[in-house]
Structure formats: C-alpha cells, structure tokens
Design a binder for this molecule. Structure first.
Ligand code: PEP
Ligand code: MN
Length: 280
C-alpha cells in the first residue's frame, strides 16, 4: 500500500501528516562535521569554526568496516572494551559529542547501526541517521518511526526512487513525520566518482513528496575538489539542504579525508547555498 504522506499530487490532504504535524526540521538544513568523531579537541576545532553556519552537527561515532575487523576509523584497533553491538562503539565520544552539541546549540546527528543500541544512544542524539547500508532495514525504520526525534534517511546505494519512497513510508507510518532524505549517490559504472549523485532523483523527490531532501556531495562524489559544485547543483535541483564532511586537516582525517572539505570551504559553501537559494 502506498501511504498518502509522500505520494500523489501535492494536494493538502495528500500531505496531511507532513504539513499539519509538528515538525522541528528547519529549512534550509546545513549539516557539517567530520566523517568520524576523533576526540574532544577535534570537535572543538571543527564545530567552533563552523557552528554558526550549520543547523546540525554530524560525526560518526560508530563505524562499520566492509570487512569485520576493518572498522573504518578504528581500523587495526581492537574493539574497545565498551563495545556493545555496533563495531567501533565509543560511548565516551558519543557523550562528548552530545555535550558539544548542547554547547553549540545545534542538534547532533548520530547513525544507528544496530537496533539494539537505540536505547543507549537515545539520550545523546539530536537526530537519528540511517546509513545507506541500512536503508531497507525495515525493522530499524519502523522503530525509528516510533521515536520522537527526527530521522535522516540516507538512500541506499542501490535504491531506485520507488524503493526509497517505500523506506520513507516505513518511518512515516509509525507516526514520526520529522524525516528528511539524504541523497548520497548510488553505485554506477562511472569510475571518476566514488558514488554517483542523482540530481534527477532530487528533483523527482521534490515533485512527488513533501519530505525535505539533503544533498550529500561528500559521499556522493568521494572527491573534495567537486564537493562545492555538486552541492550547489543539488540545491539548484531542489534540495532543501546539504551535508559536507568537514575537517580542519582533511588529509589527516581518520576516515573519508579525500571527500572532506576544509573549514573555510564549508563556510564558503554555506554562503553560496544561501545566495543560490535567494536567486531561485
Ligand atoms: C555517514 O554519513 O557517516 C556515512 C557512513 O554515510 P553513508 O551511510 O552514506 O555511507
Ligand atoms: Mn564518511
């Protein structure tokens, strides 16, 4: 069954849940921060610099490696003693991340890798992120649909429009209407990018749904030299916000440095996005 929240012509009745329910997501949405939370000092340097230009802080606390044992930012390190269900579990950093978000006054985005971690994460997360690899983990989506905090859903790298709409519905049908979709690119035959951002998907989502769309040109390119133009392209296509992985020294970032932009460029992109939206 297709739910009326995201499908159909843009008649007020079709979008009842999204227009009349209380929603806390600001538009435009600006998400900045490192791929991985590394330390309190790292957070201070990054968020003190970009805090005035973001609506949400990002930072990976739990990292999942493609192979068990290769845990992204914690490659080569044994799982910490505090590890629960998710690889790379760092409760100390999660708490520090939350303290920083309260200090800056911007909600922090936390990816939920494992449903069983949800209760432990809940007090320290402003927004729950569903990572691309979990985009069709329906039990997780349904559980997040019952939460009273916003959910940022990343499109699966394989997901077509219809499948993505289905994932959105799994969250919405639980009653949580604070949902935004992050377009972060898909697998393709193109080999000049890590994943390929779909501009037409952004435009189509805006045509069909009332769900805010965020363009993630960091994961969607894998190449920091084209993060700015692709972010602006996403906004021109209709995106309500952007996400950029950001680091004071991208080359020394624990993970995804090649697609992370320096702090000054984040500010430049945020200002350019505001100018572009003003001209649209
Ligand atoms: C992330 O944003 O931290 C992340 C892991 O991205 P994705 O799920 O899109 O790969
Ligand atoms: Mn990353």
């Amino acid at each position: 069954m297709l739910y009326k929240n995201t499908f159909g012509p843009k008649q007020p009745d079709d979008m009842l849940a999204l227009t009349e329910s209380p929603r806390s997501l600001p538009v435009p949405i600006a998400i900045g921060g490192p791929c991985s939370i590394e330390s309190e000092e790292q957070m201070d340097r990054i968020f003190d610099a970009i805090g005035g230009h973001i609506t949400h802080m990002r930072g990976g606390v739990f990292r999942q490696g493609t192979y068990p044992g290769a845990q992204g930012s914690w490659v080569g390190e044994p799982w910490p003693a505090s590890a629960k269900f998710s690889p790379g579990w760092r409760m100390d950093l999660l708490k520090a991340y939350h303290v920083k978000s309260e200090e800056i006054g911007k909600p922090n985005v936390v990816e939920v890798l494992d449903l069983r971690d949800l209760d432990a994460i809940y007090p320290y997360a402003g927004v729950f992120q569903v990572g691309t690899r979990q985009a069709q983990h329906y039990a997780l989506l349904e559980e997040l649909g019952r939460q009273d905090k916003p959910v940022f859903l990343k499109r699966g790298t394989w997901q077509k429009l219809n499948e993505l709409l289905g994932s959105i519905e799994y969250i919405l049908k639980g009653g949580n209407t604070d949902v935004a979709v992050i377009e972060r690119g898909n697998v393709s035959f193109m080999d000049h990018v890590r994943w390929d951002l779909s501009m037409s998907l952004i435009a189509k989502l805006k045509q069909l749904t009332n769900v805010p769309v965020i363009v993630d040109a960091s994961h969607g390119t894998g190449d920091r030299s084209i993060v700015k133009p692709m972010t602006l392209a996403g906004v021109a296509a209709g995106a309500d916000g952007f996400l950029c992985e950001t680091h004071y020294d991208p080359d020394r970032s624990l993970s995804d440095g090649e697609q992370s932009i320096p702090l000054g460029e984040f500010v430049d992109i945020a200002e350019s996005v505001a100018r572009l939206r003003g001209a649209m």
